[in-house]
Design a protein around this ligand. Sequence first.
Ligand SMILES: [Zn+2]
Length: 248
Amino acid sequence: MLTRTEGVVLKTQKYGEADLIATYLTSDRGIIRAFAKSPRKTKSRFGSSLEPLTHARISLWGKEQAALPKLTQSDIISSFHRIREDLQDFVGMSKLTEMLLCLIPEGIPNKRLFSFFINVLRAVTASEEKPKDALHIITQVRLLAVIGYAPRLKGCGRCGERSLDFYPDAGTTLCGKCAGAQAGEGKPFMRIHDNTIRFYAHSIEWPVHISNRLKPRPEVLTELSALIDRHITFLLSRKLLSSGFPTP
Ligand SMILES: [Zn+2]
Protein backbone atom coordinates (compact mmCIF):
# COMPACT_ATOMS: atom_id res chain seq x y z
CA MET A 1 0.00 0.00 0.00
CA LEU A 2 1.24 3.46 -0.89
CA THR A 3 0.77 6.21 1.67
CA ARG A 4 1.67 9.87 1.48
CA THR A 5 2.51 12.18 4.32
CA GLU A 6 4.88 14.98 5.16
CA GLY A 7 7.74 14.82 7.60
CA VAL A 8 10.96 16.33 8.87
CA VAL A 9 14.11 14.21 8.68
CA LEU A 10 15.38 13.79 12.25
CA LYS A 11 18.32 11.56 11.39
CA THR A 12 19.64 9.06 8.89
CA GLN A 13 21.71 5.94 9.39
CA LYS A 14 23.73 4.14 6.77
CA TYR A 15 22.45 0.71 5.86
CA GLY A 16 24.70 -1.57 3.88
CA GLU A 17 26.71 -0.21 0.98
CA ALA A 18 24.48 2.52 -0.37
CA ASP A 19 21.15 2.46 1.46
CA LEU A 20 19.85 4.57 4.32
CA ILE A 21 17.31 4.38 7.08
CA ALA A 22 15.72 7.79 7.62
CA THR A 23 13.88 8.71 10.80
CA TYR A 24 11.08 11.26 10.34
CA LEU A 25 8.79 13.26 12.52
CA THR A 26 5.60 13.12 10.46
CA SER A 27 2.45 15.16 10.57
CA ASP A 28 0.08 12.23 11.09
CA ARG A 29 2.08 9.19 12.22
CA GLY A 30 4.48 10.60 14.77
CA ILE A 31 8.07 9.39 14.58
CA ILE A 32 8.61 6.75 11.89
CA ARG A 33 11.54 5.14 10.14
CA ALA A 34 11.72 4.49 6.42
CA PHE A 35 14.09 2.56 4.23
CA ALA A 36 15.64 4.56 1.39
CA LYS A 37 17.17 2.52 -1.41
CA SER A 38 20.50 3.81 -2.76
CA PRO A 39 20.15 7.50 -1.87
CA ARG A 40 23.92 7.67 -1.46
CA LYS A 41 24.53 6.86 -5.10
CA THR A 42 24.98 9.88 -7.29
CA LYS A 43 21.93 11.19 -9.11
CA SER A 44 19.65 9.57 -6.57
CA ARG A 45 16.05 10.56 -7.11
CA PHE A 46 15.90 11.68 -3.49
CA GLY A 47 18.45 14.42 -4.14
CA SER A 48 19.28 16.35 -0.96
CA SER A 49 15.84 15.71 0.54
CA LEU A 50 17.27 13.30 3.13
CA GLU A 51 19.50 15.90 4.78
CA PRO A 52 18.66 16.22 8.49
CA LEU A 53 15.93 18.78 9.28
CA THR A 54 14.59 18.82 5.72
CA HIS A 55 10.82 19.15 5.56
CA ALA A 56 9.51 17.01 2.72
CA ARG A 57 6.43 15.48 1.21
CA ILE A 58 7.07 11.75 1.19
CA SER A 59 5.53 8.58 -0.22
CA LEU A 60 5.94 5.28 1.56
CA TRP A 61 5.37 1.75 0.35
CA GLY A 62 4.59 -1.06 2.74
CA LYS A 63 1.88 -2.74 4.76
CA GLU A 64 -0.05 -0.50 7.10
CA GLN A 65 1.94 -0.21 10.35
CA ALA A 66 4.96 -1.83 8.65
CA ALA A 67 8.02 -1.37 10.85
CA LEU A 68 10.16 -0.19 7.98
CA PRO A 69 8.22 1.04 4.95
CA LYS A 70 10.13 1.86 1.81
CA LEU A 71 10.56 5.48 0.81
CA THR A 72 9.49 5.80 -2.82
CA GLN A 73 9.35 9.55 -3.24
CA SER A 74 10.55 12.60 -1.37
CA ASP A 75 9.96 16.20 -2.46
CA ILE A 76 11.41 19.07 -0.48
CA ILE A 77 8.93 21.55 1.02
CA SER A 78 11.62 23.49 2.95
CA SER A 79 15.27 22.51 3.07
CA PHE A 80 16.08 24.63 6.17
CA HIS A 81 19.67 24.55 4.87
CA ARG A 82 20.61 27.70 6.79
CA ILE A 83 20.36 25.76 10.05
CA ARG A 84 22.88 23.16 8.83
CA GLU A 85 25.27 25.94 7.77
CA ASP A 86 25.35 27.66 11.18
CA LEU A 87 27.23 25.80 13.90
CA GLN A 88 25.21 27.15 16.83
CA ASP A 89 21.89 26.46 15.13
CA PHE A 90 22.95 23.01 14.09
CA VAL A 91 24.14 22.11 17.61
CA GLY A 92 20.94 23.59 19.11
CA MET A 93 18.68 21.68 16.75
CA SER A 94 20.70 18.48 17.21
CA LYS A 95 20.00 18.69 20.91
CA LEU A 96 16.31 19.33 20.36
CA THR A 97 16.14 16.43 17.93
CA GLU A 98 17.88 14.10 20.35
CA MET A 99 15.45 15.12 23.13
CA LEU A 100 12.59 14.30 20.83
CA LEU A 101 14.02 10.92 19.80
CA CYS A 102 14.78 9.93 23.40
CA LEU A 103 11.51 11.05 24.97
CA ILE A 104 8.91 10.14 22.32
CA PRO A 105 8.22 6.55 21.28
CA GLU A 106 7.80 5.79 17.56
CA GLY A 107 4.40 5.72 15.91
CA ILE A 108 2.44 7.98 18.26
CA PRO A 109 0.68 10.65 16.17
CA ASN A 110 1.00 14.15 17.58
CA LYS A 111 -0.07 16.95 15.23
CA ARG A 112 0.71 19.64 17.79
CA LEU A 113 4.27 18.39 18.13
CA PHE A 114 4.73 18.38 14.36
CA SER A 115 3.53 21.99 13.94
CA PHE A 116 5.62 23.02 16.92
CA PHE A 117 8.73 21.52 15.31
CA ILE A 118 8.08 23.21 11.97
CA ASN A 119 7.55 26.53 13.79
CA VAL A 120 10.88 26.09 15.57
CA LEU A 121 12.68 25.40 12.29
CA ARG A 122 11.13 28.55 10.80
CA ALA A 123 11.89 30.68 13.86
CA VAL A 124 15.53 29.54 14.03
CA THR A 125 15.98 30.14 10.29
CA ALA A 126 14.39 33.59 10.46
CA SER A 127 16.13 34.81 13.62
CA GLU A 128 18.83 37.41 13.04
CA GLU A 129 19.92 37.36 16.70
CA LYS A 130 23.59 36.61 17.35
CA PRO A 131 24.15 34.56 19.38
CA LYS A 132 20.85 32.70 19.60
CA ASP A 133 21.38 31.08 23.01
CA ALA A 134 18.04 32.37 24.32
CA LEU A 135 16.08 31.07 21.35
CA HIS A 136 17.60 27.61 21.59
CA ILE A 137 16.89 27.31 25.30
CA ILE A 138 13.33 28.56 24.78
CA THR A 139 12.77 25.87 22.15
CA GLN A 140 13.98 23.19 24.59
CA VAL A 141 11.61 24.47 27.29
CA ARG A 142 8.74 24.59 24.80
CA LEU A 143 9.43 21.10 23.51
CA LEU A 144 9.31 19.72 27.06
CA ALA A 145 6.01 21.54 27.59
CA VAL A 146 4.50 20.26 24.32
CA ILE A 147 5.32 16.63 25.16
CA GLY A 148 4.33 16.91 28.81
CA TYR A 149 7.77 16.71 30.42
CA ALA A 150 8.30 20.34 31.45
CA PRO A 151 9.79 20.79 34.90
CA ARG A 152 7.59 22.73 37.31
CA LEU A 153 9.24 25.88 38.63
CA LYS A 154 6.16 27.74 39.84
CA GLY A 155 6.45 27.34 43.59
CA CYS A 156 6.59 24.09 45.53
CA GLY A 157 5.17 21.22 43.45
CA ARG A 158 3.43 19.74 46.49
CA CYS A 159 2.00 22.70 48.44
CA GLY A 160 2.53 25.74 46.19
CA GLU A 161 4.73 27.62 48.67
CA ARG A 162 7.42 29.86 47.22
CA SER A 163 10.62 27.93 46.53
CA LEU A 164 13.90 28.36 44.67
CA ASP A 165 15.15 24.79 45.15
CA PHE A 166 14.75 22.53 42.15
CA TYR A 167 14.83 18.77 42.77
CA PRO A 168 15.62 16.90 39.53
CA ASP A 169 14.30 13.60 40.89
CA ALA A 170 10.93 15.22 41.62
CA GLY A 171 10.88 17.33 38.43
CA THR A 172 9.81 20.36 40.44
CA THR A 173 10.83 23.00 42.93
CA LEU A 174 9.98 21.97 46.48
CA CYS A 175 9.74 24.05 49.68
CA GLY A 176 11.87 23.15 52.68
CA LYS A 177 8.96 21.44 54.43
CA CYS A 178 7.87 19.23 51.55
CA ALA A 179 11.45 18.46 50.57
CA GLY A 180 12.04 17.33 54.16
CA ALA A 181 12.10 13.66 53.35
CA GLN A 182 14.07 14.24 50.15
CA ALA A 183 16.58 16.57 51.76
CA GLY A 184 16.95 14.14 54.66
CA GLU A 185 18.10 11.48 52.22
CA GLY A 186 20.69 13.88 50.88
CA LYS A 187 18.92 14.21 47.52
CA PRO A 188 20.66 16.84 45.43
CA PHE A 189 18.84 20.02 44.51
CA MET A 190 19.71 23.14 42.56
CA ARG A 191 19.17 26.56 44.05
CA ILE A 192 17.95 28.85 41.27
CA HIS A 193 17.19 32.56 41.01
CA ASP A 194 13.87 34.39 40.71
CA ASN A 195 14.97 35.78 37.32
CA THR A 196 15.41 32.26 35.97
CA ILE A 197 11.92 31.27 37.12
CA ARG A 198 10.45 34.39 35.49
CA PHE A 199 12.26 33.77 32.21
CA TYR A 200 11.16 30.14 32.28
CA ALA A 201 7.51 31.17 32.76
CA HIS A 202 7.73 33.53 29.76
CA SER A 203 9.50 30.86 27.67
CA ILE A 204 6.57 28.52 28.18
CA GLU A 205 3.85 31.09 27.50
CA TRP A 206 5.18 33.14 24.58
CA PRO A 207 4.88 31.92 21.00
CA VAL A 208 8.31 30.84 19.75
CA HIS A 209 8.38 33.34 16.88
CA ILE A 210 8.12 36.38 19.18
CA SER A 211 10.32 34.96 21.91
CA ASN A 212 13.28 36.98 20.60
CA ARG A 213 11.73 39.88 22.52
CA LEU A 214 12.84 38.14 25.69
CA LYS A 215 16.29 39.41 26.63
CA PRO A 216 17.53 37.28 29.51
CA ARG A 217 20.89 37.85 31.16
CA PRO A 218 23.62 35.31 30.33
CA GLU A 219 23.58 33.91 33.88
CA VAL A 220 19.86 33.18 33.59
CA LEU A 221 20.49 31.18 30.42
CA THR A 222 23.40 29.31 31.97
CA GLU A 223 21.29 28.41 35.00
CA LEU A 224 18.25 27.34 33.01
CA SER A 225 20.37 25.34 30.59
CA ALA A 226 22.00 23.48 33.50
CA LEU A 227 18.58 22.85 35.05
CA ILE A 228 17.18 21.41 31.81
CA ASP A 229 20.24 19.19 31.41
CA ARG A 230 19.80 17.81 34.93
CA HIS A 231 16.07 17.35 34.40
CA ILE A 232 16.65 15.38 31.19
CA THR A 233 19.52 13.40 32.66
CA PHE A 234 17.11 12.29 35.40
CA LEU A 235 14.31 11.46 32.93
CA LEU A 236 16.61 9.35 30.74
CA SER A 237 18.92 8.08 33.49
CA ARG A 238 21.79 9.30 31.32
CA LYS A 239 23.13 12.42 29.68
CA LEU A 240 22.16 13.40 26.14
CA LEU A 241 24.98 12.67 23.69
CA SER A 242 24.61 16.19 22.31
CA SER A 243 25.16 17.70 25.78
CA GLY A 244 28.85 16.93 25.16
CA PHE A 245 28.94 19.21 22.10
CA PRO A 246 30.93 22.40 22.54
CA THR A 247 28.72 25.46 23.02
CA PRO A 248 29.54 27.67 20.04
ZN1 LIG B 1 5.86 22.52 49.83
